[in-house]
Write a protein that binds this ligand. Sequence first.
Ligand code: THU
Length: 162
Amino acid sequence: MRRTYQIVFSEYAGTEALPPDDRQLLAAAVNALEKSYAPYSGFRVGAAARLSNGAVVSGANFENVAYPMCLCAERSTVAAALSQYPEARITTLAVTAASTKHPVTSPAMPCGACRQVLFEVEQKYGQPLRLILQGQAGPIWVFERVSDLLPLAFGPEMLRFV
Ligand code: THU
């Protein structure tokens, strides 16, 4: 038997086509990118989370000379948001990236580790976490849930926590 997995997501040509809330969140991610500390890779990443209580919390990547210590923007942002508002839920996360070395014209895709962490957030709240992803230019991709970016994931049910 062969089985397939299908991912459906939306593509927007530019920010003007986005709903106003999403456009604002992406703008907050672009702002956050300016605060990135990426002297080693030159790859700056910014993220902004919209919470169920209306708050917007942003973050950026933060590098270290000991390379494995580098913190991704997505995980910095999730940690900041849930530390400040443990009672709230992250409903949407916008991510953007820019490089000092080349123009980033494809959407800023979360790395595998970030997908696993974002998947945890989605599982914790039992509600979809939307993702809005763009490079410094180019198309915007909107995923309605993290699980679409991490098919066949290792999740809490594997440990029978649910
Ligand atoms: N980075 C992120 O911030 N998020 C990702 O999902 C992928 C990578 C950062 C880590 C590092 O500072 C730089 O991008 C290059 O890998």
